[in-house]
Design a protein around this ligand. Structure first.
Ligand code: NAD
Length: 421
């Protein structure tokens, strides 16, 4: 399938349909999930630093809220479009259900290249976007969070703009804020920590040792960096990491702290990194095909295509990114006996800690980081066990098992509530 043909939302619908059939549901039971509840498209004009005017396209898609307020991140990327945001919103509905937190699913995005924008331009875009989506978001309606190319600073601007409009501070309108303005310190690293916990749960289940296993991480941003660092701390050997510019490979293991420091808050590209201790540059395509134990895609969707799947030489794939593996690739990998920990479980750490941040904001309380991380591990491990049980009982893939657990819970909620009117 070429990039032009790839439609993440259609892929998601096919997987939901398959899970529905496995559960013995009729299409009427889950038809309601085929179309998002609400979609908002906004135009975001800003006056740039050079005085010119540029108008950006922005979106907020609210997929389903039968289990709680809509919840999902905001992505800034040149390739953002409505189908990507729809898919990401749908995955959020399933993810929140799978880990059993009281949220539905949403996602937002702005089609822009943050690398080409100054801080002041980014601030203007964020404030204008927040103003445009303000009618449909709210602490009990829809709560944004960070995603690709958005961070704690951008969440602070969303919080501030929304509070200015409403006339009083409403920290719970957004999660992933800095600690100083009622964020949860553990949130920034939560998705990566969840990925580490998922790898641990998997290896423990299979009675395998994590010590010195070889891992490659595609995507060295918020999620990839933390996952690599925490797994390195567990004794794993991170032999390769990459960003959009290139990959770095070292058979003896890379020094992850050194690389995190190099990338820094300025987001320096890995292609500029110089190190003569046997570290060499590789392409992203090469990284995906390395002979390793665990591959962690932590960049974007549609990375492990059928073509890549045929060449992959890892035993396990742990999906830190949303939707990195196409359905076609999924079948090939299943035939090749390569185990995949699906995105809706492996990267759920972020939304779990977002939920904790929101709870703290609602009750004006502050938890210790240790407490947050312990609760995160408990929720993720509970979901892991449910997925594993379904996987064994139903003889389906781990992805199908995760979808079945998630879908079942959503459908039960929908049945109890009924369809209005
Ligand atoms: P980020 O912007 O912090 O980092 C993305 C990284 O991927 C960067 O290193 C970038 O250079 C790299 N990248 C981009 N395009 C690439 C390509 N074509 N090939 C290789 N590398 C590429 O984003 P993030 O927040 O770390 O998110 C990464 C993934 O994790 C996304 O799929 C996102 O939806 C998912 N996710 C993020 C969170 C979160 O809390 N941030 C939560 C759940 C899931």
């Amino acid at each position: 399938m070429s990039n032009e043909e790839y439609n993440p939302y259609q892929e998601l619908l096919k997987t939901i349909n398959e899970a529905g059939q496995q559960l013995g549901l009729t299409r009427d039971d889950y038809k309601i999930l085929e179309k998002p509840d609400r979609e908002l498209k906004v135009s975001i004009p800003i006056e740039k630093d050079d005085g010119s005017v540029e108008v950006f396209d922005g979106y907020r898609v609210q997929h389903c809220n039968s289990r709680g307020p809509y919840k999902g991140g905001v992505r800034y990327h040149p390739k953002v479009d409505i189908d990507e945001i729809r898919a990401l919103a749908g995955w959020m509905t399933l993810k929140c259900s799978l880990v059993d937190i009281p949220y539905g699913g949403a996602k937002g995005g702005i089609q822009c290249d943050p690398g080409q924008l100054s801080k002041s331009e980014l601030k203007k875009i964020t404030r204008r976007y927040t103003t445009m989506i303000e009618p449909i978001i709210g602490i009990d309606k829809d709560i944004p969070a960070p995603d690709v190319n958005t961070n704690a600073q951008i969440m602070s601007w969303i919080y501030d703009t929304y509070s200015m409009i409403k006339g009083h501070n409403i920290p719970g309108i957004v999660t992933g804020k800095p600690r100083i303005i009622e964020g949860c310190l553990a949130r920034e690293g939560a998705t990566g920590r969840g990925v580490m916990i998922t790898v641990e749960n998997l290896f423990q289940k299979l009675d395998k040792d994590l010590e010195d296993i070889k891992i490659a991480v595609q995507g060295f941003g918020n999620v990839g960096q933390v996952a690599a660092k925490l797994l390195e701390e567990k004794g794993c050997r991170i032999v390769a990491v990459s960003d959009v510019s290139c990959g770095l490979y070292n058979e003896d293991g890379l020094d992850i702290n050194e690389l995190i420091e190099f990338v820094g808050s300025d987001r320096n590209y890995l292609k500029e990194f110089v190190n003569n201790n046997g570290t060499k540059k590789i392409t992203n395509g090469e990284l995906l095909r390395l002979d390793i134990d665990v591959l962690i895609p932590a960049a974007l969707e549609n990375q492990i295509t059928a073509e890549v799947a045929l060449d992959i030489k890892t035993d396990f794939i742990v999906e830190a990114a949303n939707g990195p593996t196409t359905r076609e690739a999924d079948s090939i990998l299943a035939e090749r006996d390569i185990t995949i920990m699906p995105d809706i479980l492996a990267n759920a750490g972020g939304v779990i800690v977002s939920y904790f941040e929101w709870v703290q904001n609602k009750e004006a309380s502050r938890w210790e980081d240790d407490e947050t991380n312990k609760k995160l591990r408990n929720l993720l491990t509970k979901a892991f066990k449910q997925v594993w049980e379904t996987y064994e009982e139903q003889q389906v893939s781990l992805r199908m098992a995760a979808y079945m657990v998630a879908l079942n819970r959503i459908i039960e909620t929908k049945k109890i509530r009924g369809i209005f009117p």
